[in-house]
Every structure is written in structure tokens, then in C-alpha cells.
Write a protein that binds this ligand. Structure first.
Ligand code: F3S
Length: 754
């Protein structure tokens, strides 16, 4: 059973009364996200109005989704919680551990061969605890969730930062770390600070070459990678209602790139069409009965400024296609300006690859629009200058697209159709020649473009754009190609122009598949054996982190002062390291190896004050740990942006780091640090970052008075014996302080279970 209609009907039943009550308690009309949040309070009916950006609230999400890379650690933790079944419907999706190299069939076999131990582990844990299992090749988590599980008015969490993709179908869907998933699967409350609300009013209608991707690329350019932090981005307006459900999914998906808690669109005709097309008439019927609850109250639409903390208006009529990048998804360049800007910046103009797909842009509509460009190229006698790679989002989309002739034009252009999986989007791309680290440009329809993200080459300049623009630019082979004004020379030496893309929102003959790759868990999993070999290099059963001693932490040493951008990729690199996601000790050997040391501007080279020598970050950390010396990591703004993986918190913790002190945090990472029993602190005075010296000792002199809202005092002892006292802020509430005291949130669950 792909989805649970009875569960959805239950949610809808309580939604009416809970929303009515919340409106009364809050004393004003509600936005759509607020309706969903108040309908999912862990304790039932609202009894108080929560302050946005202030109050910590306990929620009861309806579902959990996990991808294979993060599911390993999430389920290793869940196995310790002492439960026999997950408390809410949950799914595992095998999409990250499949490398793209020669094409779907061979790559999939290779992945199954290389990662069978992990896939078998995930399959057996899924069976044991009643979790739906999507086999390797079934598709990318967010596309599969949108097609099967997302429903308007629902709330879900997922152990992947692009979980908000389901907001395209009206769900509050939030990316979390595995420890949060454990809470929900264990039937406990899931805590979140009541998000602020950013309203984005869309007017007009997309036309010509512009696409939903351009909406979010524009928003990312406006708000930057931090602009959405702590907020839900709610889209509305006549422009919003002109978009397809999957187009909205694209926009919500990339809300992760501005740090948003999630993004959402209200239920509308496009949502209904999508539900019916994906074989969920009963969900559409149930949603139709509740229509007014599945959108904001009318007053919100009439006077949005009154209800949102920030309001942005975008006119879709005027939206031009754009490319964001390189190296950050918020560096936005409209296509008409690319010639000039790329020239000024010296970006390599020749495009070597065009990649279409990922969870962001792999819907039927995406593929059909991009395909219309490829088809024109073939018909107009053009040859593609760059290579093409395609990752369909799911077997359902792939099968249907193949049936309808959508993949044929790509095949005619010698495109490689990779597995229905993440592939190059997560560095799982065995790209020929990438090891030479040559400067080159690629364009893709993914969401992230940090250095090394696609192929491991730090000199690959990756630009994010829509699938149709990827197609046009790959055919032209030039970054500055503007399909709206430029012509191309065909095989006969003629100048030809590409017409704007056309495509189908949904397949006219409906979706279809032979085997969608889903595996239902057995009814009674009690006898299922989960095997983790003691000598496995891929999987390792977890040991509990030690509880806090109750004493002030004294004599901690600086492990690294990270300079500038430090994403979760810098803290725990993906690519080849994905294979160790289920083995904490092994994956810890990549800890912070991508972070730039502020003192020498080099990566993976930090001072070991015990020896006076420089070493790799994990080695130095292990040396301190062996000597019984705790360590501190210092970071800059938006530390830990990017993925939701809790490895970025567990690894430093495993290597003996007790505190991470930064100018500011990305939300998920901050929570992950708290859950793993670490101190997640921010400089009360951001200028104090400059006071941290290379050989500093950190004394947490009032940790015994750790309390909500009360900054901690840190005594910095410099190498020359001089001292600085600095204040560190934190956002721990009383319950989170208990996690710290217990050594981790999981330790506390175990204690409570016992
Ligand atoms: Fe996969 Fe990339 Fe999405 S890694 S889940 S396709 S962001």
C-alpha cells in the first residue's frame, strides 16, 4: 500500500476542529502554514498562541521519509530506542548510493554489488520495524514522496534537506537529522521553533523560456543562502495557481537553498490534477471536502502585509530565465546578462556537460519541456556541443516518459540516461577526467552547486538553471548562450533559432510502470534478523555518547577555526565518503577536512598543540581525544548550511569535540549538534571571532549554570598566557539542556523507555 488514506482522513477530520480552535486562540485569521502547524500540535488542540521565531512547539508529524545515506544512521539510532514498530508511516528510499557512470542498467548493478551490505541492512530494518522500502533504482526520495505520499494539509519530516519538495502538494515538509526522525518514529513529540512566515506573492504567468525554477532562483538571489532561516516561505497569488504541482515542488525543494524551514503552496486545481493523475482520487476527494482549510483565510490574501513577517512580490510575466552559480546557489545571473558577467568574472565559457534531473527537476513536465528542446535540435540539424546526462526522478516518471517518446530526442543526442537516483547531484558521478581537476563549466537542473559537489573537481564551475535551459545551453555548448536572442549554426551551416519549450504538465495517458520498486514490510517483523557484521567497514552499531560530567568543561583546545563558508559538505564530505555513512568511526576520518583553517587558509591542516606540529583535522582530533583533551570548533556565518546529515554533528562529537562556537548556524545543523549532546553556541559579539587564536584553550566557566536564555561565559587562554572573557549565546530550552546533560537526545529516550 503506497499511502494510507485512512490516516489522511483522520488528519482531515481533526484539522477542521483544530484549525477553528486555533483561529479562536490566536485571535485572527490564519495563513495556510499556520493551519497545518496548529493542526499538528502534539498535545492536540491549541491552548495558546505561539510566538513566531520565539516559541518552541511540540509537533506530531504524519510521516517520516529517509534516504539511504541518512537512513543508515537514523535507523542505527532507532534500533536503540527499544521500539518494535515505527509510530507513524515511514519509508526508506535507496537513491544516494548509486554512482552515475555509464548508464542506468550497468550503474545500478554496480551499486547493488558494491552496497549490497547497506541495502540489505536497510531492507531488513525496514521489514523489522514496518517501514516501506523503495529499492535502489525506484527513484529519488522527494519525487517518490510527491508521487505517493505527500498530501495537502499534511506534515512530514524527512532526513534530507530537500524534504520541503512536498510543499508543492501543500504539505509542511521539513528536512531534519536522523535523530529527529528517531523521535517521530518512536512516537515522541518533535520539537521546532515556531517558524516565521515569509510571503511570496506571485502575479502573472510564466511564459516563453521562463519556468518554476526561475522563481526560486530569483528568490534565492533576493534572499541569499541565509534569508529564509527560521521561516516558512508561503507562496500565493494568481501566479501561484498557474503553476503545476511539480513546478511548485521545484520551488519548494530549493527553499532549502535559502535556509528556509520549509516552503509551501496551498491546495488548488493543479494539486487536484496531480493527485488524480498519480492514482489518488480518494485523497483528492477528501481534500476537496476540506478545501477552505487547505488554503490561507481570505483576509490573508486581501492584506498579506498584516500576516507575514516579510513579503516579496514576483511578477511571473516579467521573469527572465536565469542561471545561479558558480559555487553558491544564490549568485543569480539573468540569461541576458551572462555574456557580460561571465566575461568579467572569467568563468569558463565552454560548457562540457548538461545534466537534467535530481529531486529538484525530474518530473514528467520537466522532462517533456527539456525534451522539446532536444527534439528541435534534432529536427533543425543541430548537434549538441556538450554531453548530456539525465537522472529521471522515479521509475514511474522514467517508464512513462519512455512510453511517451520523451526520452527519444535525448537518446538521439547521445544522452546518457542514468539510474533513477541522485547521481551527480550528490557527487556520485564517476566523471571521466575529473581527477585532473581542470577548470571547466557544467550546467545542471539540480539545486546545489558547492565546490566539488557534482564530480569532486574543485575547478568545476556548476551553474543551476531549469531543465529546458540546461538543454539549450548544452546544445549550444556556451554558458552565455541566450536562446531568446541567439542563433546556432546547424550541420548545413545555416543559422537556426530554438523556439521556446513546450511540454505536458501531466501524461495524457496517465502514469504507468511495470515495477515501481516498492517493497511493503512484512506484517510481523519480530522474527526478522538485522545483521551488522562486527568487522564491517560500512556499518557499525552505535555506542552511547557519554553523559555530561556535571562539571565545567575546562582546558578544551581549539581543533579548527573555520574560515568563511563551512557547509555540511565541508564538515562531512559526500562523494566517496557516502559509503561510510553507516560507520561512525570510519566516516569520522573525513571530519572537517573540507573546512578552511583561518590561520593558514589551508584545508585539513591544523595545529596540534600537544606536539606543536600540523596534521590532518581527524588525526589531530583523535590525538586530543586519546590524551583526554576535549576540543572546540569555531566557525563563521551560517555554519553547517546544506544537508541535514547528522554525521556533521556526530563525527566531531565522536572525535571528542564538546562545543561548536560560530557567528551563526544553519538551523538543521544547530539542532543536530544539540541532539548529539554538544554545545552549539554563537558569539554574543560577532567580532569575538577575531579573538580566537590558534593555540587557544577554552574554559567554560559557568557551564554548571547552563540555563535557557542565559549566555555562557568562555575564558579564552591564549598561548602567551593572556586571557579574554567572551560571552556565547545559545538557543537551548529546558528540554534540550536535558539532552546535553544526558549526552544526547537518544540517551534521554533510552532512559525514558527504560
Ligand atoms: Fe538527491 Fe540531490 Fe535531491 S542528492 S535528494 S537529488 S538534492
Amino acid at each position: 500500500m503506497a499511502f494510507d488514506i485512512e490516516m489522511i482522513k483522520g488528519v482531515y477530520q481533526q484539522m477542521r476542529e483544530r484549525v477553528d480552535k486555533a483561529r479562536e486562540v490566536v485571535g485572527r485569521p490564519l495563513t495556510y502554514s499556520e493551519k497545518i502547524l496548529y493542526a499538528h500540535l502534539f498535545d492536540g488542540m491549541a491552548t495558546q498562541a505561539y510566538q513566531r521565531g520565539e516559541s518552541y512547539v511540540d509537533f506530531a508529524p504524519d510521516r517520516v521519509a529517509m534516504q539511504d545515506a541518512t537512513a543508515q544512521m537514523a535507523l542505527l539510532q532507532f534500533m536503540q530506542a527499544g521500539k518494535t514498530k515505527t509510530a507513524v508511516p515511514s519509508t526508506v528510499h535507496c537513491d544516494h548510493l548509486i554512482q552515475a557512470k555509464v548508464g542506468a542498467k550497468a550503474d545500478l548493478q554496480d551499486a547493488i554489488h558494491k552496497s549490497s551490505e547497506v541495502f540489505n541492512f536497510l531492507e531488513s530494518v525496514s521489514n523489522k520495524y514496518g517501514i516501506g522500502f523503495w529499492q535502489p533504482g525506484a527513484g529519488i526520495i522527494h519525487q517518490v514522496v510527491l508521487e505517493n505520499y505527500a498530501f495537502p494539509g499534511g506534515m512530514m519530516i524527512g532526513t534530507d534537506s530537500h524534504t520541503p519538495n512536498a510543499g508543492g502538494l501543500g504539505m509542511v515538509a521539513i528536512g531534519v537529522g536522523g535523530a529527529d526522525a528517531v523521535d517521530v518514529m518512536a512516537g515522541m513529540a518533535w520539537e521546532l521553533k515556531m517558524p516565521k512566515l515569509i510571503g511570496v506573492k506571485l502575479t502573472g504567468k510564466l511564459n516563453g523560456w521562463s519556468s518554476p525554477k526561475d522563481v526560486i532562483l530569483e528568490v534565492a538571489g533576493l534572499l541569499t543562502v541565509k534569508g529564509g532561516t527560521g521561516a516558512i516561505v508561503e507562496y500565493f497569488g494568481d501566479g501561484a495557481e498557474s503553476l503545476s504541482a511539480t513546478g511548485k515542488g521545484t520551488i519548494c525543494n530549493m527553499g532549502a537553498e535559502i535556509g528556509a524551514t520549509t516552503s509551501i503552496f496551498a491546495y488548488d486545481d493543479a494539486s487536484e490534477r496531480y493527485l488524480r493523475s498519480t492514482d489518488r482520487n480518494d485523497v483528492a476527494d477528501a481534500a476537496n471536502e476540506l478545501r477552505e482549510y487547505l488554503r490561507s483565510d481570505q483576509e490573508v490574501y486581501n492584506d498579506p502585509e498584516r500576516f507575514y513577517d516579510q513579503l516579496i512580490t514576483i511578477d511571473l510575466d516579467k521573469l527572465e530565465p536565469r542561471l545561479n552559480g558558480p559555487f553558491t546557489p544564490d549568485l543569480m545571473t539573468p540569461v541576458s546578462k551572462m555574456k557580460e558577467i561571465a566575461g568579467i568574472n572569467g568563468w569558463p565559457m565552454t560548457v562540457e556537460w548538461g545534466l537534467i534531473g535530481s529531486c529538484t527537476n525530474s518530473s514528467y513536465e520537466d522532462l517533456s519541456r527539456a525534451s522539446s528542446i532536444a527534439k528541435q535540435a534534432v529536427e533543425k540539424g543541430l548537434e549538441t556541443k556538450a554531453s548530456f546526462g539525465i537522472n529521471p526522478g522515479s521509475e514511474q516518471v522514467r517508464y512513462t516518459a519512455e512510453r511517451d517518446g520523451i526520452l527519444k530526442p535525448f537518446n538521439d543526442l547521445d544522452a546518457v540516461i542514468f539510474t533513477n537516483a541522485c547521481g551527480p547531484c550528490i557527487g556520485q558521478w564517476d566523471r571521466e577526467g575529473a581527477d585532473k581537476e581542470e577548470k571547466n563549466t557544467i550546467v545542471h537542473s539540480f539545486n546545489r552547486n558547492f565546490k566539488k559537489r557534482a564530480d569532486g573537481n574543485p575547478n568545476t564551475y556548476a551553474f543551476v538553471t531549469s531543465p529546458e535551459m540546461v538543454a539549450a545551453i548544452a546544445i549550444a555548448g556556451r554558458l552565455d548562450f541566450n536562446p531568446m536572442t541567439d542563433t546556432l549554426t546547424n550541420k548545413n551551416g545555416e543559422q537556426v533559432k530554438l523556439d521556446p519549450p513546450v511540454g505536458d504538465e501531466l501524461p495524457s495517458k496517465g502514469f504507468s510502470y511495470e515495477d515501481n520498486g516498492y517493497q511493503e514490510p512484512v506484517a510481523d517483523g519480530s522474527s526478522v534478523q538485522v545483521v551488522v557484521k562486527p568487522d564491517s567497514e560500512r556499518l557499525q552499531l552505535l555506542e552511547s555518547f557519554p553523559a555530561w560530567s556535571g562539571q565545567n568543561i575546562m582546558g578544551a583546545k581549539l581543533l579548527i577555526k573555520a574560515f568563511g563558508k563551512c557547509t555540511t559538505d565541508h564538515i562531512s564530505m559526500a562523494g566517496p565518503w557516502l559509503r561510510f555513512r553507516g560507520h561512525l568511526d570510519n566516516i569520522s576520518n573525513n571530519t572537517l577536512t573540507g573546512a578552511v583553517n583561518a590561520f593558514n587558509q589551508e584545508t585539513n591542516k591544523v595545529l596540534n598543540t600537544l606536539t606543536g606540529e600540523y596534521g590532518a583535522v581527524p588525526d589531530v582530533a583523535r590525538a586530543y581525544k586519546a590524551a583526554g583533551v576535549p576540543t572546540v570548533v569555531v566557525g563563521d556565518e551560517n555554519y553547517g548550511e546544506g544537508s541535514s546529515r547528522e554525521h556533521a554533528a556526530m563525527q566531531p562529537r565522536h572525535l571528542g569535540t564538546v562545543a561548536v562556537l560560530v557567528r551563526s548556524f544553519a538551523r538543521i545543523h544547530e539542532t543536530n549538534l544539540k541532539k548529539q549532546g554538544m554545545l552549539a553556541l554563537t558569539f554574543a559579539d560577532k567580532a569575538d571571532y577575531d579573538k580566537i587564536q590558534e593555540a587557544d584553550t577554552f574554559n567554560f566557566i559557568d557551564l554548571t549554570e547552563f540555563a535557557p536564555g542565559k549566555p555562557l561565559t568562555i575564558e579564552l587562554v591564549h598561548a602567551d598566557g593572556s586571557k579574554d572573557l567572551i560571552k556565547a549565546n545559545h538557543t537551548y530550552n529546558a528540554a534540550q539542556i536535558e539532552w546535553f546533560k544526558a549526552g544526547s537526545a537518544l540517551n534521554l529516550i533510552k532512559k525514558q523507555q527504560a
